[in-house]
Design a protein around this ligand. Structure first.
Ligand code: FES
Length: 77
């Protein structure tokens, strides 16, 4: 049995979001969330970045990828 290793070429995961910044960093303080749940984009395809707008569904169908949002939830009291 022959095993062939293919070296993946380095590709940028971020096609267009805030490319003028050296590093895109967003922070969230979760102690006092106004909404019970806020989805944050991790696929870099959202039109409302840093919030998820569901664009990951189209990306996953087109590429076979499996990315989804980070869900920040308000802690139950
Ligand atoms: Fe990017 Fe949903 S749009 S994770």
């Amino acid at each position: 049995r022959r095993v062939v290793l293919v070296r993946a070429e380095a590709q940028s995961i971020n096609p267009a979001i805030r490319k003028d910044e050296e590093k895109v960093v967003d922070s969230v303080e979760v102690a006092e969330l106004s909404k019970p749940l806020t989805p944050y984009c991790r696929c870099w395809r959202s039109g409302t970045f840093p919030l998820c707008d569901g664009s990951h569904v189209k990306h996953n169908k087109a590429t076979g990828d499996n990315v989804g949002p980070l869900l920040v939830k308000k802690q139950k009291e």
